[in-house]
Design a binder for this molecule. Structure first.
Ligand code: NAP
Length: 262
């Protein structure tokens, strides 16, 4: 027997997305798996169907291509069985900003932010109408750290965190749960794909551990889940500082320090 809602996962052919697929199949959810590599998606779908008895659809799609993206949006808009969207597909890039080309920068933004925002926008009205559902967005600790010198990647992940925080405020009163997950370095194909040599990097998290921890946060209905963060009071202090800053913004008057040139 399967759970009543199915879960659509982007970037499900490998890595974090494939691990989420396995975990939600274990929990008895039907799945819709999205990525470009149909062969891998088919293999995962047939294994999960065989092992857990859930129905698994595959939707091969390149989420940087407008027509493919529209097809996935339509599925999210119209398939009332889908109760959870996991926006996981993402890429990273090697090199500094001046080494990256405008096309590479555009591609990264298209997948990591534009596709994620469009897919969330496609599903949210239907979930709100149903009064239930969840959106999980995979951000990154890089989105908190310009110091890591992955400027465009980090900017896309800051976007994902901010969007999740905003959607939480807008949608949680309507019954929708939104979660931002911020992994740190995790062993997946992302590094090879980006041409980043991690052989000299400190040890990273195993993908199973990352997703299991993220799901603890999901089950607790956390808004922001940072699996590698050892002391949560540091995140809470940052969030509190942000709110103090907001309470100190007076839009009618410039601050005293800007009232003279000296
Ligand atoms: P991964 O192993 O490289 O997997 C990325 C997934 O995205 C694959 O399924 C890939 O499948 C899919 N994908 C890539 N380009 C796509 C496109 N144009 N259209 C549709 N699907 C596409 O990476 P991962 O580490 O699991 O990353 C998953 C998410 O976690 C990303 O958002 C990443 O930024 C984030 N994250 C990862 C780490 C880390 O250290 N691994 C840390 C922080 C955050 P196809 O090639 O079949 O399309």
């Amino acid at each position: 027997m399967t759970n009543s809602t199915s879960v659509l996962i982007t970037g499900a052919s490998t890595g974090i997305g494939a691990t989420y697929a396995e975990r939600f199949a274990q929990r008895g959810h039907d799945l819709v798996l999205v990525a470009r590599d149909k062969v891998r998606l088919d293999a995962l779908a047939s294994r999960l169907n065989h092992e857990y008895g859930v129905n698994v659809d595959v939707m091969p799609a390149d989420l940087t291509k407008p027509n493919d993206l529209l097809t996935v949006e339509a599925r999210l808009r119209n398939d009332a069985r889908i109760g959870t969207l996991i926006n996981n597909a993402g890429i990273a890039q090697s090199g500094s900003f001046i080494e990256q080309t405008p096309d590479q920068v555009e591609q990264l933004i298209a997948l990591n932010t534009t596709a994620l925002a469009r897919l969330s926008n496609a599903v949210a009205p239907r979930l709100v109408q149903a009064g239930t559902g969840a959106i999980i967005n995979i951000s990154s600790v890089v989105g908190l750290a310009p110091e890591f010198q992955m400027s465009v990647y980090g900017a896309t992940k800051a976007f994902v965190l901010f969007l999740s925080q905003g959607l939480h405020l807008e949608l949680s009163p309507k019954g929708i749960y939104v979660q931002a997950v911020l992994p740190a370095g995790t062993y997946t194909e992302i590094w090879d794909r980006a041409g980043i040599d991690i052989s000299t990097y400190p040890a990273m998290m195993k993908v199973d551990d990352l997703v299991d921890a993220a799901l603890v946060g999901f089950d607790r209905r956390e808004l922001v889940t940072i699996p590698p963060l050892q002391n949560v009071t540091h995140w809470n202090a940052l969030d509190t500082a942000r709110q103090v800053l907001l309470s100190d913004i007076n839009q009618a008057q410039a601050a005293e320090r800007y009232k003279s040139a000296s």
